[in-house]
Design a protein around this ligand. Sequence first.
Ligand code: FAD
Length: 410
Amino acid sequence: MVKISVMEKEKQQQGIMEIPQWWTCPEGHEELQKAAHVLGEKELLPRALVSDQERKYPRESLREVAKAGYSAVTIPVEAGGLEDGFTAFAVLSEVFAQYCPSTTMCWVMHMTTAHTIYEAGTEEQRQRLLPRLQAGHVGGLAFSEKATGGHFWNVGSEAKRNESGYSLDAEKSFVTSGGEADFYLVATTSPETNDPDNLMFLLVENDQKGVEAFPFDAMGLRGNASGPMNFKEVQVSLENRIGGEGGMGYFNDNTIDPLFLLGSAACWVGIAQGALNMAINGAKRTVHADTGSSVADYQVIRHELAKAQIKIDSARSMLYRTAEAMDRCQKEGRELSECLYPLWQLKTHAADMVIDVTNAALQVSGGRGYMTGQVEKFVRDGRAGAIMGPTNEVLREWVGRTLIEVPWLD
Ligand SMILES: Cc1cc2nc3c(=O)[nH]c(=O)nc-3n(C[C@H](O)[C@H](O)[C@H](O)COP(=O)(O)OP(=O)(O)OC[C@H]3O[C@@H](n4cnc5c(N)ncnc54)[C@H](O)[C@@H]3O)c2cc1C
């Protein structure tokens, strides 16, 4: 039997409705969600504003996330991970983003990189590379190139074969944790392959000769060092090719896209909730002396808050439904690409929603919201969602093509 606390009972008697926990947290993840809030409040929030204002990479925050054991959350226990599944990944991303979106996005990219190494790597590579995650090493994904823009699966860069492996030349347009990560999974092409899919993944260390990172000065997510990177005649040994010489489009659809779309959608849901929480608190606290009313006393404001929360919960419902489907797929040995269609819808909706909700949070917060601080920062951070690839335009095209049954890539 569920015990109702005295405070909850008193609230109920006053006619105050409790939000059921199952509505905001998938069943079985309540403790994880609580622990993530504690970590977020204690470790991520205090550094978030400085990270934004000074464009400071959130290294200490990421270290704390790793210390808490979350640097390999989706990876099986035998490979040194927590094996907590995709729902846990989404819960953590949603909660962390309420405190520091830059840390969250770096961690989502890191987890996507790490999971790809697990899925596509050999046993030797798993044993050699994955223990580094617990030591707090951070990974980054170097895919997008200026030449092909948001079509990040169509890279034009090349790696030429040599005696020891490959000589990599690539100019990447955006790499989260660029110059700050310990290693990168670089997408390039192999001219040697007979596979029509010539996508190839090379693991490059940050301190290798020929690796160069450029600053990232952007509207939001200012701490996450997502600037351009150049890889100039970088020598990569055969043992650091992750997967085949070509043929890696499979892992793009079955690992990279599913993890990135899920983790980033969770981040947009978290940003929206973080902004709305601030707006709610501000509306309750701000009292106008002439009317004696708080901002929250105005019905029109309560409707704005309600509309925003309903939008967040619509994206959150899609988020956890899709995460649970991914967990089921994995458990039953089916491919994660089965979940791509709902993932496209989810990411598009979450990234559109965060723009609407953070805007509403700023409006409700009035001049206080417009001032430099958490609310305006959430507006700027959340704006990246629709732009980060696959962009919302591309995703809507894929959803639309699916609806009319024409190939989604041609
Ligand atoms: C903060 C941030 C972090 C990032 N981190 C990484 C990272 O870690 N690794 C990485 O590899 N990349 C990263 N990226 C790159 C990102 O994933 C996208 O590839 C990139 O932002 C979009 O490419 P682009 O800017 O060249 O735009 P373009 O592709 O030139 O797009 C311009 C406009 O055209 C639209 N458009 C493009 N193609 C189509 C189409 N086929 N149909 C309809 N409309 C289209 C777009 O939606 C957009 O509105 C990051 C980007 C940002 C902003």
